[in-house]
Design a protein around this ligand. Structure first.
Ligand code: MCU
Length: 413
């Protein structure tokens, strides 16, 4: 994959010593709002507390608002909790995903969509390539691929290639603040690369909406990426509601995996990427995340809540049991738990989890083809009757569920 390196062989990774996870002994880190984080106003929602002290070794209850009070029991209340979860991810992990800038203009020529963005100050320009599908009638459904797709794309779906590294560089920890996002918002902006790329995806959708000559139907958009770019894809789906279908592939830690579960795997002696390791490798997360990584129990969110930002839109999580570093137990169980939000919402089959091994990293195995086809058919190609009831792994995990979950799944009215 362009711009990507394969995961390091397991023997070369120095296992960083995880500090012991304690629950209450250390005072929580400061929780002030990073500059420029305006939560979208929803008049009937309670105010999100500015200072949150949180400690929970289990996966946070998706349905319990952070300010306390009663559990969410309706879809209307979920909109408040959704806003809250979004805010918490931005404060403590990702950094701020800025709202639409004051100016977005675009032009399409020779298969290239050129996008210019300004926000009162300097402007930036970036472009994506659009490959029209070989069949079907315009405007076409399309998939935005971070880098290039590493899943098979139906021949009736256009492919939009997004050079996400151009927006936020992901070389190593020294790349923080590099890329066009930071030209616009400043090198010290709180956003890590995942947040900056999600902002970039939103600008691509803005541009498609005002550029009919690109011939893309913006009500039928998917996003995908593999590995580090899979982390990007799931975050883009979480922050851009105009994405109809989100397909993260082998995103592992920082994507489909839960920090708490990856730490658990690590504690069991497995060579799994953890929060404390990931911040030493790259700039995917905000600097604000650093203070939590040695004690993930203090995080008021974990990645089982990402599906809660996407619900009820389509989400297919593709994972691989043969890459120890990804955290197979963590990725599978995290998203299986996250799918409970889709169950509560009454649309369990809008989210699939499929984990299959015995193939290389980012090499899509044919055994997952029918599942992928079903999600494309349902969410991009308008075939509602397709079977997307998918939760499966070829792994066998001894998952101590009560150690991580102490809540039940409601039915949201
Ligand atoms: C699975 O994604 C990453 C992983 O987080 C990194 O630790 C490793 O270096 O690279 C993976 C990747 O992006 O591979 C292409």
């Amino acid at each position: 994959l362009p711009g990507n390196q394969p995961p390091p062989p397991s023997t070369t990774i120095p296992p960083p010593a995880d500090p012991p996870i304690t629950t209450t002994s250390t005072p929580p880190p400061p929780t002030s709002l990073p500059t420029g984080a305006p939560p979208p106003p929803i008049p009937f929602c309670a105010t999100i507390p500015g200072n949150i002290t949180y400690s929970n070794t289990r996966l946070p209850d998706p349905f319990l608002p952070i300010g306390g009070g009663t559990r969410v029991s309706t879809k209307g209340q979920w909109e408040c909790r959704r806003r809250e979860i979004s805010e918490l991810f931005q404060r403590y992990e990702l950094g701020v995903v800025p709202p639409k800038p004051s100016s977005v203009t675009a032009s399409f020529s020779g298969g290239t969509l050129s996008i210019t963005v300004a926000n009162g100050g300097p402007s930036i320009s970036f472009s994506v390539s659009i490959t029209a599908p070989s069949t079907g009638t315009a405007p076409f459904p399309a998939i935005i691929a971070y880098g290039a797709p590493s899943i098979p794309v139906p021949n009736s779906v256009a492919v939009i290639r997004f050079n996400n590294d151009d927006i936020a560089v992901q070389q190593n920890t020294g790349s923080r603040g590099s890329g066009k996002f930071y030209t616009l918002y400043g090198n010290n902006h709180s956003a890590g690369a995942l947040a900056a790329w999600a902002w970039g995806v939103s600008r691509i959708v803005d541009a498609l909406e005002i550029t009919p000559s690109a011939r893309i139907d913006t009500t039928r958009l998917a996003v995908t990426g593999c590995s580090r770019n899979g982390k990007g894809a799931i975050v883009a789906g979480a922050f851009e509601p105009r994405i109809a279908l989100t397909i993260p592939q082998e995103s592992g830690s920082g994507g489909s995996a839960c920090w708490r579960l990856s730490d658990y795997q690590k504690s069991q002696g497995q060579n799994v990427q953890t929060a404390s390791q990931i911040i030493t490798e790259n700039v995917w997360f905000s600097k604000n995340f650093d203070t939590f990584t040695s004690q993930v129990s203090r995080l008021s969110v974990d990645h089982h809540l990402l599906p809660g930002l996407i619900v009820p839109r389509g989400l297919l999580v593709i994972e691989n049991t043969s890459q120890e570093w990804l955290g197979a137990l963590s990725s599978y169980q995290c998203q299986r738990v996250g799918r409970r939000i889709y169950e509560a919402y009454g649309v369990p089959n809008n989210m699939g989890v499929s984990q299959v091994g015995n193939h290389n990293h980012c090499a899509f195995p044919s055994s997952q083809q029918a599942e992928l086809t079903a999600f494309f058919n349902k969410f991009l190609l308008g075939q509602g009757s397709t079977n997307t009831s998918i939760v499966r792994t070829d792994g066998s995990f001894n998952f101590p569920e009560t150690q991580f979950i102490d809540w039940t799944t409601p039915t949201l009215a």
